[in-house]
Design a binder for this molecule. Structure first.
Ligand code: CUA
Length: 296
């Protein structure tokens, strides 16, 4: 069974103390030997030799082999536990790596770059890629998992504490690999349910002057805003883009001013990103940025 978070903290401390004691013991013996047998104290004659001592050789071969065998078996058990053996996942989420952003799908409800999960709940992430090889990696929540085009890998995630956990693509995938950030928000079941309910809805802002600007431009080729005619799938789903913490998979914090700057010149912030500049007047840029950020 899963031990509570406090037990893991205590265990880490004990392991740390043992490692420190071993370090002090080994280094202490080394320093002592260097001092004790220094050249100035050399006495005439030859040092003792241990050549051909069969018992000693068997002992120093068998002891490490035994220790490694025990560590190996313990590691297999821990790896199985990390991968969720014997514990059924409470939910499955699809994750697709793109150059250079993340698509998350909750039973067909899509969002991007910010993964929400309920706390203390085993979640299976089914990961794949739309283009090249990416690697999903949020160090505090689990191991790395490769995202390969045409293959679906499974990654068990378990957040023991509520909060936000940052991660990063861990496989070089092109020029903007470094700006392929992940944010995982682990929240209580009720907060998660409320978030998912909102995500399932079509866009919140029903009509503004800005929506037609979005719909009349190249935005619709790549982006979806559910509740409108925009249904592109090459870029992130923007139905609730205003609720996300960042723009461009972590490149800018979300906000009207930064959204405006991003729309005006994405290449300035994320050179090589597949998003082109949108040729709009200043007034239209203002309106479009405000509209997108209002989509909570
Ligand atoms: Cu995706 Cu590196």
């Amino acid at each position: 069974m899963r031990p509570p978070a406090d037990a893991i903290g205590t265990l880490s401390l004990i392991v740390g103390v043992i490692a420190l004691l071993i370090f002090i013991g080994v280094e202490g013996a080394l320093v002592y030997a260097i001092w004790r047998y220094r050249a100035s104290r050399l006495v005439a004659g030859e040092a003792a030799a241990f050549e051909g001592n069969r018992r000693l050789e068997i002992a120093w071969t068998a002891a490490p082999a035994l220790i490694l065998a025990v560590v190996f078996v313990l590691t297999l058990g821990t790896m199985a536990e990390i991968n969720g053996a014997g514990v059924a996942p409470a939910m499955r989420i699809e994750a697709i790596g793109h150059q250079w952003w993340w698509e998350f799908s909750y039973g067909g409800v899509k969002t991007a770059n910010e993964l929400h999960i309920p706390v203390d709940t085993p979640v299976d992430l089914e990961v794949t890629s739309a283009d090249v090889i990416h690697t999903f990696w949020v160090p505090e929540l689990g191991p790395k998992k490769d995202m390969l085009p045409g293959v679906t890998n499974r990654l068990r995630l378990l957040a023991r504490r509520a909060g936000s956990y940052d991660g990063q693509c861990a496989e070089f995938c092109g020029i903007e690999h470094a700006w392929m950030r992940i944010r995982v928000v682990a929240e209580s079941q009720s907060d998660f349910d409320a978030w998912l309910r909102t995500q399932t809805q079509p866009r919140a802002t029903i009509e503004t002057k800005a929506e037609p600007i979005f719909l009349a431009n190249i935005c619709v080729n790549c982006h979806t805003i559910r509740g409108t005619a925009a249904a592109g799938t090459a870029g992130p789903d923007l139905t609730h883009v205003g609720a996300r913490a960042t723009i461009g998979a972590g490149v800018l914090l979300n906000g009207v001013g930064r959204m405006r700057a991003w729309l005006a010149d994405p290449q300035r912030y994320k050179p090589g990103a597949l998003m082109p500049s949108v040729p709009l007047s200043d007034a239209d840029l203002d309106a479009l940025a405000a509209y997108l950020v209002s989509l909570k």
